[in-house]
Write a protein that binds this ligand. Structure first.
Ligand SMILES: [Zn+2]
Length: 205
């Protein structure tokens, strides 16, 4: 009888301990799954990894100030082709990134982030949601501001660059950028034009 007790009692204790450990572990797994579901919407590890990938697919959001600044820009530049200015900014940005060795550069969307005038120069900042692939194949989603500048008041700027616009007929410098005819020969000249907007800066933000 004693011998039986010596065998059975430890076995029962062992069984109880095993049961307790199983309950603790299964509770832990349940809890972990619940946390995963709350955090990721699923407890499937593969799905969680997939979600991270999708997150990398998601373009960055950009500040949409176009509705505020575009009317101001268009008031100062009635003949400005906004689409063309956007395209010019885009081209500068794509070239900038490709020159850095990035591939598959994709511009998801853009907006006029800011428009301001400072000592005779107008600055239009166009924000872009950008995607590109680094040389190590890693995909990047980011944002860039492309700042385009326009010398509005040549005299205030006081340097030669402001006189780069010339009459296509006689070659005279056109000092008043708002002029539609050449003040020397009277021939029609390009009105306020996209071509005088220049790249000022490209900043990641
Ligand atoms: Zn002329």
């Amino acid at each position: 009888m004693n011998a039986v007790l010596f065998v059975v009692v430890p076995l029962i204790i062992l069984a109880i301990l095993t049961l307790v450990i199983i309950v603790i572990i299964s509770n832990f797994i349940k809890k972990a799954k619940r946390i995963a579901r709350q955090g990721f919407g699923t407890d499937n590890l593969e799905a969680i990894l997939k979600q991270q990938e999708l997150l990398d697919e998601e373009p960055k959001s950009i500040s949409g100030m176009t509705s505020i600044y575009l009317p101001k820009l268009q008031k100062d530049f009635p003949e400005l082709n906004w689409m063309q200015l956007q395209n010019t900014a885009k081209q500068h940005l794509v070239k900038f990134l490709e020159d850095k060795g990035f591939a598959k550069v994709k511009i998801h969307k853009n907006s006029l982030y800011e428009y301001k005038k400072e000592s005779g120069t107008c600055y239009a900042t166009i924000q872009h949601a950008v995607e590109y692939v680094k040389p190590d194949e890693k995909k990047v989603q980011t944002r860039f501001n492309v700042i385009m500048s326009y010398v509005q008041d040549a005299e205030k700027m006081g340097y030669e660059k402001a006189y780069a616009v010339t009459c296509p007929n006689c070659g005279a410098a056109i000092t008043s950028l708002g002029a539609k005819t050449c003040e020397y020969c009277g021939s029609a000249i390009q009105p306020y034009n996209i071509r005088v907007w220049e790249l000022s800066d490209i900043i990641e933000c």
